[in-house]
Design a protein around this ligand. Structure first.
Ligand code: GTP
Ligand code: MG
Ligand code: ZN
Length: 322
């Protein structure tokens, strides 16, 4: 059916009761129709930033009638008290895991969790090492080597002096990208450097804790003058996988794969088993110990995790109902 009142738009921001939707270059407030919330499924939010939606322009307020099928999405477990999936963003060309080398220092645990999820959801990812100006210990080359082994592109940037910003701009052009990472690593600062007119609020680093103060409070998709969109997100506190089984975690650590063939047991969980090829690779320095530590922590979590109603992997799970 071709209703002349229906237009397609891109969700820029979601609030409790309204969504900000870009339609023909203009951002309009739209109200999701109740039917989108009626089916209580495994997802907490039926509409996420980046979603393409059909909007009834004749309604007052304008109503979101339908969420178009997603190409992909990134989700996580909402919280320990709510095992439903929280969809963080949809229709992503590339997710940039943004981290800083100092103030706050690089968190391999956080990077590994998010990058495993990108593998699980089949979201292409890259790693940004920001605050390269503060890398007094020269940690960047070792971190780069660890993550290039996953087949990831690693970019070094400095939002304050502009190092690496042009290289980033080239990669963002014409695409939908997500900046994701801990608080204070410089996600919003990088966006301001990419497009000075944006004027995003940036935060101070707490002197006592050496971490950010959660300055960005909601996810928002920003249109870039040079073409494309970037979703700026609030700093990640904890990131837990939604609904993955412990046995599936192995496949999310792609750098382990070439060593797993040497494990004595074909279904080795690289945990306690004897003659483990992954463990041996760590001892030989071919896998960073921090990668195995992240894996084991996540494995332990998944073994204890509350299971939600469905066990469907992401590409089979319904993605447009609450
Ligand atoms: N030295 C240095 N400082 C930077 C760099 N990038 C950002 N900063 C500083 O880091 C602080 C935090 O930057 P933000 O852009 O607010 O960080 P964020 O990742 O958006 O943080 P949240 O919104 O809290 O998630 C600010 O004081 C920035 O000036 C950099 O490359 N080098
Ligand atoms: Mg921010
Ligand atoms: Zn093993």
């Amino acid at each position: 059916m071709n209703d002349p009142h229906l237009k397609t738009g891109r969700v820029v921001r979601t609030d409790a009761k309204v969504c900000h939707v870009e339609i023909d270059g203009e951002v309009l407030l739209c109200a999701p129709r109740g039917k989108l919330f009626e089916v209580r499924g495994p997802q907490r939010n039926p509409i996420a930033v980046g979603d393409l939606v059909r909007v009834d322009m004749a309604g007052d307020p304008r109503g979101i009638e339908e969420v178009l099928p997603r190409r992909n999405r990134l989700g996580r477990m909402s919280s320990m008290h709510d095992p439903r999936e929280q969809v963080l963003a949809a229709n992503i060309d590339r997710l940039y895991m943004v981290s800083s080398l100092a103030r706050p220092g690089f968190s391999s645990n956080r990077a590994d969790r998010v990058l495993a999820a990108c593998q699980w959801y089949q979201v292409p990812a890259a790693l940004i090492l920001n605050k390269i100006d503060l890398d007094k210990n020269g940690d960047a080359p070792a971190i780069r080597a660890t993550y290039e082994r996953l087949g990831l592109e690693v970019l070094e940037t400095c939002a304050t002096t502009g190092v690496g910003v042009e290289a980033l701009r080239e990669r963002l052009r014409g695409r939908v990208s997500v900046f994701y990472g801990g608080s204070g690593v410089g996600k919003s600062s990088l966006l301001n450097a990419l497009q000075p007119g944006l004027g995003l609020k940036i935060g101070k680093i707490s002197k006592y804790w050496d971490q950010g103060k959660h300055t960005t409070s909601h996810s928002q998709l920003h249109a870039l003058d040079f073409g494309g969109w970037v979703i700026d997100t609030p700093g990640v506190r904890t990131f837990r996988l939604h609904n993955a089984r412990a046995a599936e975690l192995r496949g999310m650590f792609v750098d382990f794969a070439r060593f797993a063939g040497a494990c004595r047991f074909p279904n080795c969980s690289h945990d306690h088993e004897p003659e483990c090829g992954v463990f041996a690779a760590v001892e030989r320095g071919q896998i960073a110990p921090s990668r195995l530590a992240s894996y084991l922590e996540m494995l332990d979590e998944l073994r204890k995790a509350p299971t939600a109603e469905t066990d469907a992997p992401p590409d089979e799970a319904p993605n447009d109902e609450s």
